[in-house]
Design a protein. Structure first.
Length: 397
């Protein structure tokens, strides 16, 4: 028996009456009934509505004729002051930029010296660029020249849940208080270490910051390692999408609740058609300090690396970069959970790493207004440093 592939029906756009006989599309010797909008076929430049390639079927089904309002490109530039490139210093993962009394503030990961990877035999040696790191604050009056405001959140005392590394911060300003969320690692830093998410709270963007006594988010507890070797790819059971690490937290106040978006990494992570097996989740709380409950709909994306989300038209928009089959797309959800692809990031542009959005912009002006400018990081001579990005559009003429 021949295999028959059933395609989802494309809604009629007024070109055919419901009572009319639907045309067919030939696939080999198999006739598959489908409704085709003749106007849409013309808009898409398809030669023959009765002989549709797989690509043409996708274009019709996914409406590749949609407008350009969700489409954008990016450019980046070096900036001045503390964020100028510096040999031997890691500065990366800038948070959102907030505006307080005419001054911009951002928070970032800072560490010193080269990383050596695992299995050096010396547990005190730095394993990743973000290892042995802390969260620092910087300020600016023009978004171009930045000065350091010093340490915001440091590592905890020996034996605490954050005694090895504190990194990848995000900030939320809400009701006169400031909330920093960030990743934490407890020593020793091993391949199988389970990253968690911590929080610190302040009455001023300059602190002082008071840490919560315990993490606000932890990995799922349903994977099982295989053997005793420190190898995160050897598992008996992989568990949920976030069974090893909860990363890149981003906190939004949405629908009178606090939505904590995060990236999950899985025990026994594999590579599939989109590369790394990386997805996002969300946990929701009634109060900013929690308790946070993971959504039963997790994971809420099929892709993405550093979390980048913003409010738009009653829903939540997202820019997914780097990993997974839907990487380098902009998506939108009407409820903050169910995301659909709206565009692919333009052309040969380089999407910003760890985009820190400018939170005071009017995100309702357009779907990509939140991306007008912000901060990101890049690599140079083996070191990470912070840059500025801007979104822009160039249409064919």
């Amino acid at each position: 028996m021949k295999r028959i592939t059933f395609l989802p029906l494309i809604l009629l756009m007024g070109c055919f009456a419901c009572s009319e006989k639907k045309p067919s599309i030939k696939e080999g010797t198999t006739e598959i009934p489908v409704a085709v909008n003749e106007d849409l076929v013309k808009v898409l430049g398809i030669s023959n509505k009765d002989s549709l390639s797989a690509a043409s079927k996708r274009a019709i089904e996914m409406r590749y004729d949609k407008g350009v309002e969700w489409w954008t490109k990016f450019r980046q530039q070096d900036i001045k002051g503390v964020f100028e490139f510096e040999d031997g210093v890691i500065r990366r993962d800038p948070s959102a930029v907030i505006l307080v009394d005419g001054t911009y503030y951002t928070y970032y990961t800072k560490s010193i010296g080269k990383s050596h990877g695992f299995h050096t035999g010396d547990p005190t040696k730095k394993v990743f660029p973000w290892d042995l790191s802390e969260v620092w604050c910087a300020s600016s009056t023009d978004g171009i020249t930045w000065k350091d405001e010093g340490l915001a959140v440091g590592r905890g005392p020996e034996g605490s849940y954050d005694d090895r590394a504190v990194f990848t911060p995000e900030v939320l300003a809400h009701n006169g208080k400031y909330y920093l969320v960030y990743q934490v690692v407890k020593a020793p830093y091993a391949n199988r270490v389970k990253n968690k998410v911590g929080m610190a709270i302040a009455d001023s963007p300059l602190g002082p910051w008071k840490k919560l006594d315990a993490p606000i988010l932890e990995p799922a507890d349903n994977g099982k390692w295989l053997g005793e070797e420190d190898n995160r790819f050897k598992v008996v059971e992989k568990g949920d999408f976030d069974s090893q690490k909860v990363h890149d937290p981003c906190l939004l106040f949405y629908r009178n609740k606090f939505y904590l978006y995060y990236k999950g990494e899985r025990m026994g992570e594999e590579h599939y058609l989109g590369g790394r097996e990386i997805k996002w989740g969300v946990a929701i709380a009634d109060k900013p300090e929690g308790p946070y409950k993971k959504s039963p709909y997790n994971p809420i994306t099929n892709s993405g690396h550093e979390v980048c989300v913003w409010p738009y038209q009653g829903g939540i928009s997202a820019m997914l970069t780097s990993d997974g089959p839907e990487n380098n797309t902009i998506q939108w959800s009407p409820d903050g959970i169910n995301f659909e692809i709206k565009s692919h990031i333009g052309g040969r542009t380089k999407p910003p790493h760890a985009a820190g959005l400018t939170r005071f912009l009017d995100t309702e002006k357009s779907p990509t207004a939140a991306l007008e400018w912000g901060l990101c990081f890049d690599h140079k001579n083996g070191w990470d440093y912070i840059k500025r990005f801007e979104a822009y559009i160039e249409y064919a003429k």
